[in-house]
Design a binder for this molecule. Sequence first.
Ligand SMILES: CCCCC/C=C/C(=O)SCCNC(=O)CCNC(=O)[C@H](O)C(C)(C)COP(=O)(O)OP(=O)(O)OC[C@H]1O[C@@H](n2cnc3c(N)ncnc32)[C@H](O)[C@@H]1OP(=O)(O)O
Length: 390
Amino acid sequence: MSLVYDSLARWSVAWSPTQVPALGLHAGSPTMRTSQKDFNDAVSQVKLLKEDPGNEVKLKLYALYKQATEGPCNVPKPGMLDFINKTKWDAWNALGSLSKEAARQKYVDLVSSLSTSSKSPSPETPAADRKPPEGNSLVVTSEDGITTIRLNRPTKKNALTTQMYHDIIAALQAASKDESTITVLTGSGDYYCSGNDLTNFTHLSAGGLEEMARSGEVLLRDFVDCLIDFPKPLVAVVNGPAVGISVTILGLFDVVYATDRATFHTPFSHLGQSPEGCSSYTFPKIMGSSKAAEMLLFGKKLTAQEACARGLVTEVFPDGTFQKEVWARLKAYSKLPPNALRISKQIIRKQEKEKLHAVNAEESSVLRERWLSDECMNAIASFLSRKAKL
Ligand SMILES: CCCCC/C=C/C(=O)SCCNC(=O)CCNC(=O)[C@H](O)C(C)(C)COP(=O)(O)OP(=O)(O)OC[C@H]1O[C@@H](n2cnc3c(N)ncnc32)[C@H](O)[C@@H]1OP(=O)(O)O
């Protein structure tokens, strides 16, 4: 779990009624007494919610709680790099001069709406309407000559945590030696992948930002090196929208199949960042320099059909038949002689392997600098405080 999520989760734990300071209300008025009791009940109820309400709601609850108990925000604004406390401060401060009574009421109303919506689904609820549980973030299976690496964080749009990069590297290393003929990367749920998990930036060790950027550079280089060197046919089954690094690395895959619901988006400039995954080399080569620049510099989002027309995607399938058609195709391909496939891939990749490694090293090093820039820090802080979506 990320620092942000841990921290937000702890806020609700910290709201235990036994730890809540006196509310400073006038106990004389019956309306106030009822309101204070409702508020205290709501504070207790938060701890009993069956489902995590998500960071946005927790932030609202935090801000309303502070306003209800302490009044308008009266503490200094935390520094720009103190993401979590700045985000909390922003949420509290945004309530302006809202009265304690009004904040208490809003808090009670919000908790009440959450309690209603988090009731267990009725037995009639179709299974398909329920979100799959958030278990292992990466699921690796091997069947019919195909090893499938599935990104499995559907509620976070399959954003890649630091652990997932490590796990994908390990899965690719194992797949390169296993019995399978083809290796597939795909996603669970409605997204293929929303790119790097932006909360990765909040995991600061004692070495601070510099250390985070340094270890990020090494991880990125290792991850992409592993894709460059992967010896078997590597296929992306793009089951929905793809963002950031999940798009750039497609230039290193042998085949990319996409549902017609997929989109392809690399918002690096918006994030104060720069291209990775060898895309500064592969994209101009695949689609021409001006089309590549439109994506990599200006963050133009492509439809699946546009990505196919530009050569980034091999073939687009209607969403309704996507899984059936693609897996039937892959099963047929997996019957081909594995050694012939391996050797053919080797000849194709050999021509530019050295170049790809050099590009990867340079992109990773440039990104390390970018991660320390104000432009990048501001963009991440903005996403974490939910002011920006890309
Ligand atoms: C070490 C290697 C480094 C490699 C460098 C890589 C660079 C990149 O990949 S840059 C691209 C980074 N990705 C993004 O900037 C995408 C950010 N996400 C969004 O803009 C949106 O979430 C969305 C467009 C992907 C989806 O929007 P929507 O359909 O409205 O869904 P939500 O925003 O409500 O998302 C649900 C849930 O998932 C969380 N989430 C989604 N993407 C990310 C992400 N990349 N990082 C962290 N969290 C993400 C989102 O915060 C929501 O969480 P809750 O609020 O807790 O429900």
